[in-house]
Design a protein around this ligand. Structure first.
Ligand code: GLY
Length: 352
């Protein structure tokens, strides 16, 4: 089992290992006295892991109630949040109780936000069940729901008290969910870690899941420790996200986040004029069964990117890969976006 410690406005540990759902009660009893728990999960995860988690909680003397919402990004809204808050109130949770988010990014973001606002804030614990949640969204305290105007537009920074990543659960994921998480792992490689990146360039990356999660979480820990509230270096974690989010939006969100990020990283490298980096990202994406291009026009993509919340005034913060293991944050005038999409997509076309 691996342990990563985060020491920011709140200190907490991230454990990565086999069988951690079964041991959840024991981990929790080291942090929380016996109390009530609201377990928040979705309709996909509930039949797979809720019973196992419940048994462990009961054995450790906790009382819990489970809220299950329909799986999918379409549930990540104010209406489900309101239902979760009413559920917590109906079950008389107090400030001495806590929430468990059992699931992927949607569950973690929404349960975390519910914990952030219920009774002006109660603790919560992340038990990520997707690779993407394990390496990214479960760590660092970003919680949110979507508004009609855009994704994650209502939210709060609220750090979890504990993160438990059960590697047996991650190893059992269907291929498309592993690929989706792999995009975020490739991102950490491009940002900081050439060896991690090289692992992702071979189909054998799935044999190193625990190490990959550990290396990714350690990189995330470093960025979050330096910039908890995302005003500086943490923005580098958005590599591929501005370009990728525009693609997700043009595809009416039929393309998943990880797939958008994968294409977005290739576009970013091409737009930065780094064809060698772009070629390597295409190689990693291919090994991880991820896409590396799209058919939308630069003008359509630029228009979609202009409504991104990461835009500030007439500028957008873009993360440009200069080489594998080194990226630079560039404040870019929004009128350059269309030509950057064009340059990035042209580089990808030339290379493939
Ligand atoms: N997912 C990017 C961040 O946590 O900052």
């Amino acid at each position: 089992m691996y342990q990563v410690h985060l020491d920011i406005s709140k200190s907490y540990d991230i454990y990565i290992g086999s069988g951690l759902i079964e041991k959840a009660g024991a981990f929790l009893s080291g942090i929380f006295p016996r109390c009530r728990i609201a377990v928040i999960t979705d309709s996909n995860v509930y039949p797979l892991y809720a019973q196992k988690l419940g048994k462990s909680l009961t054995e450790s003397g906790y009382e819990y109630d489970t809220f299950v919402f329909p799986a999918g990004e379409q549930s990540k809204n104010l209406s489900t949040l309101s239902d979760i808050l009413e559920f917590m109130a109906d079950h008389q949770l107090t400030r001495s109780d806590f929430v468990i988010a059992l699931g992927g990014g949607v569950t973690g973001d929404m349960a975390g936000f519910a914990a952030a606002v219920y009774a002006r804030g109660i603790p919560f614990v992340q038990i990520p069940t997707t690779l993407l949640a394990a390496v990214d969204s479960s760590v660092g305290g970003k919680t949110a729901v979507d508004l009609k105007a855009g994704k994650n537009l209502a939210g709060a920074f609220h750090q979890p008290s504990l993160v438990l990543t059960d590697t047996d659960v991650i190893a059992d994921l269907p291929a498309h969910l592993l690929s989706e998480g792999a995009a975020e792992v490739i991102k950490y490689g491009v940002l900081e870690d050439t060896e991690l990146f090289d692992w992702m360039c071979s189909e054998t990356w799935k044999e190193k899941l625990s190490e990959i999660i550990l290396r990714s979480v350690k990189i995330k820990q470093k960025f979050v420790s330096e910039d908890e509230f995302d005003t500086g270096v943490r923005k580098l974690l958005n590599l591929g996200h501005t370009f990728g989010h525009a693609i997700e939006k043009c595809a009416d969100f039929s393309l998943s986040h990880g797939f958008g990020v994968a294409i977005g990283m290739a576009i970013a490298a091409g737009a930065a004029g780094k064809k060698d980096v772009c070629a390597k990202i295409i190689q990693a994406n291919t090994a991880c069964h991820l896409p590396f291009s799209c058919d939308f026009s630069p003008a359509e993509l630029a228009h979609a990117a202009l409504t991104d919340k990461k835009r500030s005034g007439d500028y957008v913060d873009l993360v440009m890969p200069h080489k594998i293991g080194h990226c630079v944050l560039e404040k870019t005038p929004v009128e350059y976006l269309s030509s950057l999409f064009e340059k990035g997509l042209a580089a990808i076309k030339e290379l493939t």
